[in-house]
Ligand binder design. Structure first.
Ligand code: PLP
Length: 407
């Protein structure tokens, strides 16, 4: 790492565990690294001998020398070919990277892995974050694995399975009677007041570096078959920014010869980045209402990085209604055997819309990142698919039912 640059005022800093002191939370830092140094040790030959987790890219991550990391396997999630789902989306070829296969079942494990390593290196005792669930459970799980205390602020609408996960990991859970944005601000103030390590990804640039490993993996796993488009859902914007940064670094390191275009997908009810992109303006905070809790964000904290990723890649932003997200939840399961939470499949819903609107060509090869497991929001899953039939344990009743509804 060579330092960090403020996304707002472009000033450079040598340390990077918070936002730009001059700009405050609006001044999110972006960590810079010397890829010429990394090139000496990161190439297909050296990587082939390394463990299949996010630490295989340690030279590209802001880890202090000799850093201790959580003993959980984060990353190297599988990429599946999904030909039947591709047809539903309207594409020739579709691949799905299933982030539900991480230790706490979401993409957020990538960021929390780096956050916890840095907290340990800084001798923090308590780590904290605000989250609708996934950042929180990933932090709580990683903290539990190394014996750190976690304090988690969740908004009231956080789905029950995610809250249960937090409590199982032994976190101190503070449910806030307010919006996600208010919850986030309360956590910020608490970290300042009590000196806790702040895992909020938008103000802590190290966490976006952790998310970068998704892009690094897509490039390493697919190599010459790198897709034309990568679709991900967008809340605060760290996921899309991190994925893009990882892809760019892998091109600079020679793993891929061209870059995909990034498709950012938001829910209709929480679409400040879509609006900013369409109007060519800065983001203005707006309303946030969607059943996809993980992207229910009205004030995206990392909007500059997200807009930059989409613009640099010549990509696009689209918004999808909640019904389309529920459709995608059902079809990803039915046609590909992949169970994603609403925000997890919003990228898929957006990809389908982008094909219909001819933003993405039908001949394109696309990859969508399913960012979190469907088990995290069973209520929405049941809304998408309905319930099962209930019968008595009786052969005649079963036969009658099957006559009515043949398999
Ligand atoms: C956090 C999250 C996102 C969005 O990531 P941002 O960095 O907030 O844009 C998408 N899907 C899931 C499942 C998430 O947990």
């Amino acid at each position: 790492m060579t330092g960090a640059v403020c996304m707002r005022c472009a000033k450079r800093y040598r340390v990077y565990d918070g936002p730009c002191p001059d700009c405050g939370p609006e001044g999110v830092l972006d960590i810079e690294l010397d890829l010429d140094v990394a090139r000496r040790s990161i190439n297909p030959r050296t990587l082939s001998a390394r463990p299949r987790d996010q630490w295989r890219y340690r030279e590209l991550l802001p880890l202090p020398a000799g850093a201790r990391v959580a003993p959980l396997q984060v990353g190297w999630t599988p990429i599946a070919d999904a030909p039947r789902l591709a047809r539903w989306v309207g594409l020739r070829s579709l691949r799905v990277k299933d982030e539900g296969r991480n230790p706490t079942a979401s993409f957020k494990d990538r960021a929390s892995g780096v956050g916890v390593a840095r907290a340990l290196a800084g001798r923090a005792r308590v780590v904290a974050c605000a989250s609708t669930g996934n950042a929180a459970s990933s932090l709580a799980g990683a903290a539990a694995s190394v014996g750190l205390t976690s304090v988690i602020f969740v908004p009231e609408f956080a789905p029950e399975p995610k809250v249960a996960q937090l409590l199982v990991f032994g976190a101190r859970v503070i449910r806030v009677a307010g919006t996600y944005d208010q919850t986030w601000e309360l956590c910020q103030r608490a970290c300042d007041a009590y000196g806790w390590y702040n895992r909020n990804a938008a103000v802590n640039p190290s966490l976006v570096e952790g998310k970068k490993t998704c892009g690094l993996e897509i490039a390493e796993q697919l190599g010459a078959e790198v897709p034309d488009w990568v679709a991900v859902s967008v809340g605060d914007g760290c996921t899309i920014a991190g994925t893009w940064k990882g892809l760019r670094e892998m091109r600079a390191l020679g793993f891929i010869s061209r870059l995909p275009r990034m498709l950012g997908v938001q829910a209709e009810g929480a679409r400040p980045l879509v609006d900013a992109f369409e109007r060519g303006r800065d983001v203005e905070p707006g309303p946030a209402e969607t059943l996809a809790d993980s992207i229910c964000v009205g004030h995206p904290r990392n909007w500059r990085k997200a807009l930059r990723a989409v613009r640099e890649s010549k990509g696009a932003f689209v918004a999808v209604p909640d019904e389309a997200i529920l459709d995608a939840m059902r079809e990803a399961g039915r046609l590909a055997g992949i169970f994603g939470e609403p925000a997890g499949v919003a990228g898929l819903a957006g990809l389908r819309k982008a094909v219909q609107e001819r933003i993405v060509s039908r001949r394109a090869i696309a990859l969508t990142v399913v960012t979190g497991s469907g088990l995290k929001d069973v209520k929405s899953a049941l809304r998408a698919v309905g319930g099962p039939v209930t019968l008595r344990p009786d052969d005649a009743e079963l036969a009658a039912y099957l006559r009515e509804r043949p398999v």
